[in-house]
Design a binder for this molecule. Sequence first.
Ligand code: KDG
Length: 313
Amino acid sequence: MDVVTIGESMALFTPNTEGKMRYANTFSRKFAGAETNIAIGLQRLGYQTGWISRIGEDELGEALLSFVRGEGVDVSQVTRDASLPTGVYFKELRHEQDVRVYYYRAGSAASQLSQKDIDEKYIANARYLHVTGITPALSETCYETIMYAISLANKHNVPVVFDPNIRVKLWSSKEKAREVIKTIAKRADIVLPGVSEAQYIFGDYTISEYANFFLENGPSKVVLKEGSKGAHYFTKNESGFVPSFSVDRVVDPVGAGDGFAAGFLSGLLEGLSMEDAVTRGNAVGAMVTMVNGDVEGLPSMEEIHYFIQRDKE
Ligand code: KDG
């Protein structure tokens, strides 16, 4: 496995019309979850990924599993739960600057992930372990599961990639979110926060100060993403900024960060420089925003090259 990831995926319902969801009568059913978004993104780029999770033994769970399996992700580590449902979320696209999500996931099968769901060998054999700050916010057992998986990765020298993905609605308090995100970041090798997430965690500082807070505590690579502006990268020896690509029209920004992570990680797997890996991350992130759905816009390698080339012309 090139990348193994752990977390919840859900059935995603999006109104077929823009505007307030209260007026929507018909919805499209899709699937999403930060971790499967990046797993699918990497599969499209030719890498083998595996997903550890729990889903309900229900119709949405059947469809979700077929979908993720159909994208080529290894789902051998997904446990079916006969007593708890697959999570659901709704995405309301009021307009491009106002996208709202509504979760129906409390008590879902994935919220009961536990250490029993983790096979040490599966993690030991991965080239990277990817985790987000979403899973530890779901429940105490989810938090413990993530910490256990990280300790196995650390034990087997598997680099941990951590995307804080702060979802304020899921945390009981800001203090708790900050404490957990900092704890996980210290155990990671690569962290991929947004600049606004770094501000949420540390308060008001400069971008290099945010990078140093991470670099001084463990990680060797930090990318601070600044949305449509671009991304700043830092290691102990180098730093730089790569501007974003221009996008004709942002249709749906949700999933862009996961697209960035997939593109960036594919670059590291290929041995690209930090600058080139960040450029690829920016390209995938931009391409995801042009299509409705978290994963529908994830490109193939050929499409990325075409997109980057077209931007230069
Ligand atoms: O990054 C996109 C995710 O936020 C979306 O797919 C849903 O995983 C999700 C979550 O928990 O918000």
